[in-house]
Design a protein around this ligand. Structure first.
Ligand code: CUK
Ligand code: CUA
Length: 640
């Protein structure tokens, strides 16, 4: 067994290198296509893109916003990382967003964005994204493009199968990648098997304001839970998670974790579990986790430490959880727009496995099981299998759908996207990617109603696609036109961080919602300066609070005296502009905590601790008018 596994891996590695070299030689043929395709991606000056694409930032911890088809980047939305560009995570108002039970954690690894849905269709209200490392889920408003809420997940580690949502945004789901001792405790690592647990978290979303609440956690066997997808249509009420390492090895050297020819897709009837907990089922256990909420009325975040979580033992809810055997350590887990087909791609295989929801229900009805794992019934592979796609590729990862009965799967090792037909399982087309593609995205491709015009491939390796920029290149996205039978590669563009996944939405749904401005009269920040006459300096011991107003192109007050070395100076600054897109900035010499970028109608605060006597300047960092360079002031600092 040992040898075979190693040699497969070595072979796959070789194929990858070989394919990459081969593909780079085809550059000129791409170039020849360029003139036809230029028109398809050209968005003329003053015109706007047809789609938004939200790409996860991977190790940037953020979310980036692009236009399709132009590939232009519009914005980087800070989520799990401090962001000096706007002062997110530095300003007094936003620091609490990055609170966790581990303290202030201003970094994370964000993988999978998902846009809110109503009746299985994109509604463009919020976008959710996971923090992998210190397990968290964020909710971002799509009217302000600001992170409004972050909830930490206890008992979870490596929050990877996240943050996918159910078809009415009832829940955003998070599955633990690493099983861990629950509750955490000191124990020998090699006693993993049978003792570690894998928590699947179901976080409810308030239909009105989007507020998150960790409703329950299902305590699953100690496997690795990789990706997940909600059922939709006929399978609404179910959630599917791929697993690997069902061997429960505590060291994942290939020999340990891939002994089993098949791991599982876990099928969870969350409606059944919801009913169980609504009727008083489940066990409350102590847990410590942060819940951070930003209010765009007070422009301030508050962080609360939650103290307990409701856990569910799946064996106590008969009929709620089943395992579907799935070959070769499946990674991606994708459900087609009709909700019948569940695709699990074994990352060490060539074939795609497609399960049928209908067949699954029939097998459950007929009680046709193939034993159990930790009390959870295992269905028979042949009973649930809808079909196998003989892809001819290697290393399948993720699948999206065009809404016309076709599926598109990425192949990491053979560097390609393969288009195939749902139901007949025949391969229709394949196109190379440059290189080693991970996820792909069709706008709405993760909903009941995809907009099958483009697919974006997100590649892990960039190599020779752009001008070299030292040893590290930004990752590369590739845009394919999928309106015809054959995919057509029409554009390359660099992405920021490592985009694992993306969510796209037509601009006509989203753009009208995204022009919010904050009304000054509605500003409920406790430190706001709503009238210029309210601007003032107040001392409380060695704390000094400067209540400041800003409008083109002046700060009030702009000459501040009476500050002493050793004081802690809080600048609370309110932007009095009421025009769309007129922020002002604020930077103080020697301040070691970034600047502020303050939106019209908003208040933000920055702390400065002067160390030396003198007269020290501050200025506006955002070019705001012809007199932007005049937008400045001084603070006089006297001896203590
Ligand atoms: S994972 Cu990155 S390629 Cu985190 Cu969705 Cu598959
Ligand atoms: Cu305000 Cu520049």
């Amino acid at each position: 067994m040992k040898k075979i596994n190693y040699s497969i891996l070595a072979l796959l590695g070789l194929v990858m290198v070989f394919t990459s070299c081969n593909d780079s030689g085809k550059k000129s043929s791409n170039g020849a296509l360029a003139s036809n395709n230029a028109e398809k991606v050209y968005v003329a000056p003053g015109e706007q893109d047809e789609f938004y694409a939200f790409m996860s930032g991977g190790y940037s911890g953020n979310l980036t916003v692009y236009g399709l088809p132009s590939g232009r980047m519009f914005k980087e939305i800070p989520v799990f990382s401090q962001f000096p560009t706007s002062g997110y995570g530095y300003s007094e108002e936003t620091k609490p967003m990055l609170n966790t039970s581990f303290g202030f954690v201003p970094w994370d690894d964000s993988h999978h964005p998902d846009i809110s849905q109503t009746n299985g269709e994109l509604d463009g209200r919020w976008i959710f994204i996971n923090g992998n490392n210190t397990p968290r889920i964020a909710r971002i408003s799509l009217s302000t493009f600001e992170t409004e809420e972050i909830i930490e997940l206890p008992n979870s580690a490596g929050n990877h199968s996240s943050s996918f949502i159910t078809e009415n945004t009832e829940y955003v789901v998070a599955g633990t990648r690493f099983s861990v001792p629950v509750p955490q405790r000191d124990m020998p690592i090699n006693e993993y098997k049978g003792n570690f647990k894998g928590a699947l978290s179901f976080v409810s979303v308030d239909p009105e304001d989007g507020r998150l609440d960790l409703k329950f956690q299902i305590m699953m066997p100690g496997f690795n839970y990789d990706l997940s997808h909600p059922g939709r249509g006929k399978s609404h009420g179910w959630f599917f998670f791929t697993t690997y390492n069902t061997e429960e090895a505590n060291s994942l050297l290939e020999v340990n974790a891939s002994q089993n020819d098949k791991d599982f897709i876990a099928a969870i009837n969350w409606k059944k579990i919801e009913e169980y907990v609504n009727n008083g089922g489940g066990t409350k256990m102590p847990a410590n986790y942060a819940h951070n909420v930003y209010s765009d009325e007070t422009h301030t975040a508050t962080s609360t430490m939650e103290k307990e979580v409701l856990t569910v033992d799946p064996t106590k809810v008969p009929g709620a959880v089943y395992f579907l055997p799935t070959p070769k350590s499946p990674h991606g887990c994708d459900v087609d727009p009709t909700g019948n087909y569940i695709i699990g791609n074994g990352k060490l295989s060539a074939d795609l496995t497609v399960h049928s929801f209908d067949k699954m229900l029939a097998a459950i009805d007929g009680k046709k099981f193939d034993g159990e794992a930790y009390g959870i019934p295992i269905l028979k592979f042949d009973d649930v299998l809808a079909g196998t796609v003989k892809s001819g590729g290697l290393g399948p990862l993720h699948t999206e759908f065009d809404g016309k009965g076709n599926a598109y799967t990425t192949f990491f090792i053979s560097s390609e996207v393969v288009k195939w037909k749902l139901g007949t399982w025949e391969v229709i087309d394949r196109k190379p990617t440059y290189y080693s593609v991970g996820h792909l995205m069709i706008p709405g491709g993760n909903s009941a109603k995809p907009f099958g015009k483009y697919v974006v491939a997100m590649n892990k390796i960039t190599k020779d696609r752009y001008l070299p920029t030292g040893p590290e290149l930004e990752h590369s996205a590739q845009l394919y036109d999928i309106t015809g039978d054959k995919m057509e590669l029409i554009y390359d563009f660099p992405t920021h961080g490592e985009p694992h996944y993306a969510a796209g939405i037509p601009a006509e749904i989203l753009a009208p919602k995204s022009q919010k401005i904050y009304k000054l009269a509605e500003n409920k920040h406790p430190m706001a300066t709503l009238g210029v006459n309210d601007a003032r300096v107040e001392r409380k011991g060695n704390e000094v609070h400067v209540y400041m107003a800003m409008i083109r192109s002046h700060f009030t007050p702009d000459n501040i005296e009476g500050i002493k070395v050793g004081d802690k100076v809080y600048f609370h600054i309110t932007n009095h502009e009421q025009d769309f897109d007129v922020p002002h900035g604020f930077a103080m010499i020697g301040a070691n905590n970034s600047e502020l970028l303050i939106m019209p109608g908003q208040t933000k605060s920055l702390v400065w601790e002067p160390k030396e006597v003198g007269v020290w300047p501050f200025y506006c960092t955002d070019f705001c008018s012809a007199l932007h360079q005049e937008m400045q002031g001084y603070v006089r600092v006297s001896p203590a």
